[in-house]
Write a protein that binds this ligand. Sequence first.
Ligand code: CA
Length: 577
Amino acid sequence: MLKEAVYHEAHGSYAYPVSPTTLRITLRAARGDLRQVKVVYWDRYQGSGELVAVMELAAMDELFAYYQADLELSTTRFAYVFLLDDGRSQVFYTEKGFYADPPPYSQFQYPYIALQDLWEPPQWAQGAVIYQIFPERFANGDPTNDPLEVEPWNSQPTATGQRGGDLRGIIQHLDHLIELGIDAIYLTPIFESPSNHKYDTTDYYKIDPHFGTLDEVKELVGLCHQHGIKVIFDAVFNHCGMGFFAFQDVLAKGKQSRFAQWFNVWKWPIETDPPSYETFATGIASMPKLMTSNPEVRKYLLDVGRYWIEAADIDGWRLDVCNEIDHDFWREFRQVVKQAKPEALIVGEIWHEASDWLRGDQFDSVMNYSLYYACVDFFARRRIRAESFANRLATVQVNHTHPVNLSLFNLLGSHDTARFLTECGEQKARHRLAAAFVLTYEGAPMIYYGDEVGMVGETDPDCRRGMIWDQKEQDQETLEWYKRLIALRKERPVLRTGRCRVFLADSAQNLLGYARFSNEDQVLVVINNSDSPREIEPASLPWPLSAPGQVNDLLTGRAILSREPLVLPPESVVILG
Ligand code: CA
């Protein structure tokens, strides 16, 4: 037995409540090492009437297997040890180590399920379809508010050029989003700023005049809410823009400015070329870093967080460069935001493993770039095969609770990456396969504006082209594909909120299969990410809830018969339920 690989901790994603009386626990072991894992558990005050649960194999990554069980105890005071069996020997794994006969006080303990700890992200966000809009490039609905110099809508984007997109444009094209079937819009920043991306805020309390007015924001949010669509704003609290009033005061008054401590100026008199102060990234003078350790800065930014929920009734925040701001700030931010609107969503921009922010005290979700890169490697570039892809999915999955996994923004691209179709070498079938994956896998699929009509572009600024509105220029087949899959999520809620288990990861054939399941329903997804047709015996599919013969291919409506092999054409997906 590879004891070095065995791991459990009685908190985080390894032990969390899923109901007032149910604890979900996970144990890690070396992949392929154990034949069976049981958990023996009891009320930690009573220590008798021991209960035993057999743990299920829930996920596997490259090195490890993860076993899971839901423990039910009406007193909710859990003590437990694991019984590991590798076919040759049995041993108990406890908090204090491995024993044939665990000594007293060696058990793991989850002391009590406090209802406040039964935390999960807002229900509406779990499995929601998110649509990301870069407002400068979505639609120009009001030429009267355009910047002085406007580039042609369809010209090649430059780093600084502007072309007049605005809030009115979004309002005018809301029908496109309603027909698509999305649940929430995430807008990149819309506060006053000199740039086209507006990640260098001049005034956190003012809508950029080239985008519109406070009244137009209220109109947009109100219309969205009428159609059941939530609206998420983007906040840049790590840094401000050069024009921010406090930084302007420091530039004018130097060390004497009452805002001097809002920034980290390391050499006076202050200089901007090169900057003698801390900035976003390295030496970006136009983005001075804000000192969130300063109580005045904290109060200012927390007030911004509350203000827009109250003023415009927005439904959440996406937080730029949030991993360079202290955790304590985000804990306070969460309190402020949830007080203003308990169902508000807080999403961090974190490109790496982010579970430290996702424990219920800071964020509800992050932009899931780990999944994005896995999708680029598997679907777009085919640099990895099915088993590696499944391994990478599992690594993300086991780091979070199930409700957090359901809320992660599963993106195929953003304003900071190349377009997915471009990553695919403009092979539409590959893009559609990846879209089918994120729209059936667990999480909140995020569509970057225009991906659904086949837009292309290298990384920014090229990925920020003007949205294609001419229907003849739009890829209607891809648009219908997105609509069909989003509609399917609504028809079968298990695709939104069900649990997810990979049951097939065949690198030789490049086949991936996973089940979405709940107590009420089950859907199986099988993806053929190869250029050859593949066949699967229906009997080899896991059907715990319904037998073959009662199952349909949900995309075609065709009945699946147990006596006929399931044929998957090249680069195709079947969704069975
Ligand atoms: Ca305009």
